[in-house]
Write a new protein. Structure first.
Ligand SMILES: [Zn+2]
Length: 254
């Protein structure tokens, strides 16, 4: 049995004035919202980079309500391409900035986990029965450092389940065709050193790693942040000047 299949693409919605793509499948099957904000002309929802100004802060404050009713807080960390993980209880009506966290876990309804991305891959992990969840930020450095393996281990401990009980989605990120890297980057992720520049598909690598630690239900987004540029922000396509999307995951409170 093939463990990996393409998910139905995240579907566009701009309900509440916030342009975003969400996994309808996860909403219907598991009762969670799993999505990512987007650019869409006038509804551009850029959340960085750089220090948060008043517009960005207002957008952060609007995020929990923007994805639907039942959310009262959002948590995001300062991302360092490391493996720092935080487990969060409910926070209300405010943005909680934590230090040096590239991944977040919770089992609390009403709290949105968030990571910012612009080519890096947001990894959505869920234990469906208890709706215990994790959201990870994974670029090549984080993947090489073991962010996926750390996130799976922590989530399994929190939910008290084996990895085979988890479902995983690798969201909007740069595709292998658009991501040419030097031999040292390729080697850091794959463990083999190519002779020169090589194409690296981060989601493919994440799926292989996930299978390696026992996950069986894995889906990959078909969207590319770089070549689907009218929809998403891309660090590579813009030469580092572009904005950031926010990937989010949460279960609404009843
Ligand atoms: Zn691409």
């Amino acid at each position: 049995m093939d463990a990996v299949r393409d998910a139905a693409a995240e579907q566009f919605t701009s309900a509440g004035g916030m342009p975003r793509y969400e996994l309808a499948e996860w909403h219907v099957e598991y009762g969670v919202v799993a999505g990512i904000t987007a650019r869409d002309g006038e509804l551009d929802f850029n959340l960085g980079p750089g220090p948060p100004d008043s517009t960005a802060m207002a957008r952060w404050q609007s995020l929990p309500g923007g994805v639907g009713s039942g959310f009262s807080g959002v948590v995001v960390g300062r991302q360092t391409h490391g493996t720092g993980l935080g487990t969060h209880k409910r926070c209300s009506g405010r943005v909680l900035i934590r230090e040096s966290l590239d991944g977040h876990l919770t089992s609390e309804p009403g709290l949105l986990l968030a990571v910012t991305v612009a080519d890096c891959v947001p990894i959505y992990l869920l234990e469906p029965r208890s709706t215990t969840m994790a959201l990870l930020h994974a670029g090549w450095r984080g993947i090489a450092a073991g962010i996926l393996e750390a996130g799976v281990q922590h989530l399994c401990e929190l939910a008290k389940v084996p990895p085979s009980d988890l479902v995983m989605h690798c969201g909007v990120g740069i595709c292998g065709s658009c991501y040419e890297v030097g031999p040292e980057v390729f080697e850091a992720v794959r463990g083999q050193r190519p002779k020169g520049l090589a194409q690296l598909d981060l989601r493919e690598d994440l799926a292989a790693r996930a299978r390696g630690v026992g996950l069986r239900c894995i889906t990959l987004s078909p969207w590319c942040s770089c070549h689907d540029g009218e929809r998403f922000f891309s660090h590579r396509r813009s030469g580092g000047t572009d904005g950031r999307m926010v990937a989010y995951l949460g279960r609404p409170a009843a």
